[in-house]
Design a protein around this ligand. Structure first.
Ligand SMILES: [Zn+2]
Length: 155
């Protein structure tokens, strides 16, 4: 199978050493100082390296699925899931404050709700242990504190 080669731009931009360092190794100039030809094969190999969602193994020993909510009932997985989805946390937090537990459980399920509450409580505790100030808003801390003290909010 022949590989068509994308035409070189006539004038190659001059990159600084620092810019070259930031390039993926596949795109750095070869020994002859010329940048590699961009072939479909090269693009494909780069896609695998740089654009595939990897599912790293967590300290709990499970593989983290970066896209789906963890199916396992594992606090480590839940924590890392929320930790990699700050926007989801924010939206959930806002939804909970606006609508309360019932609608949130109705929408995302009891498991999600419990995991979310645990995550919030853990984050707040870690933050306070570390530097005594929270990245979360004051409202979120109040919320977590109220969930924590509510018997139906945690296990
Ligand atoms: Zn796990």
């Amino acid at each position: 199978m022949s590989e068509p080669v994308v035409d070189d731009v006539a004038a190659q931009p001059q990159l600084t050493a620092e810019e070259l360092q930031r390039l993926p190794p596949e795109l750095r100039p070869g020994p002859d100082g010329k940048p590699p030809k961009i072939t479909p094969r090269l693009l494909k190999s780069m896609r695998g390296h740089y654009f595939t969602v990897k599912h790293p193994t967590l300290t709990c020993g499970h593989k983290l699925d970066l896209i789906n909510f963890p199916k396992r009932n594992c606090d480590g997985c839940f924590f890392h899931f929320f930790n990699t989805h700050p926007q989801l946390v924010e939206v959930t937090d806002q939804f909970y404050r606006a609508h309360g537990k019932g609608p949130l459980v109705g929408m995302r399920g009891e498991k999600y709700f419990r995991a979310f509450v645990r995550y919030m409580v853990t984050i707040i505790r870690l933050k306070e242990e570390h530097d005594n100030k929270s990245v979360l808003s004051k409202e979120s801390r109040v919320l977590a504190a109220s969930i924590q003290s509510r018997p139906d909010g945690t296990d």
